[in-house]
Design a protein around this ligand. Structure first.
Ligand SMILES: [Zn+2]
Length: 107
């Protein structure tokens, strides 16, 4: 699982690089290689990003009402669980698709 979420620096080959969780919701997240200091950027295609935005919107539509009803109904455990599930289902695919399409921008 960790191998899916992280990637090797394309400049020096150091493994275990990853984008920040919130950064992955952006079109082109960037990170700095912990070993050589190169700027690593996601080269995700426009089409893949649009597909992800559709997925994210669909996910929001599906989970928004159950989350709202759980909060309104005072069912805190299911509200928390649904919120965590939403964040997980939203960020995991983003991290994985960005980690699969990294490019190095330079130092
Ligand atoms: Zn590096």
């Amino acid at each position: 699982m960790m191998r899916l979420l992280s990637f090797s620096c394309t400049a020096c080959g150091t493994e275990g690089q990853r984008f920040s969780v919130l950064g992955c919701l952006e079109r082109r997240p960037k990170t700095i290689c912990s070993h050589c200091g190169s700027t690593i950027e996601s080269g995700l295609s426009e089409l893949s990003y649009v597909a992800f935005i559709f997925y994210a919107n669909g996910l929001t539509l599906v989970l928004a009402l159950p989350v709202i009803f759980s909060f309104v109904g005072g069912q805190w455990i299911s509200a928390t669980a649904l919120t965590l599930l939403y964040l997980l289902l939203l960020t995991m695919p983003a991290i994985i698709i960005h980690a699969r399409s990294v490019v190095v921008q330079g130092r």
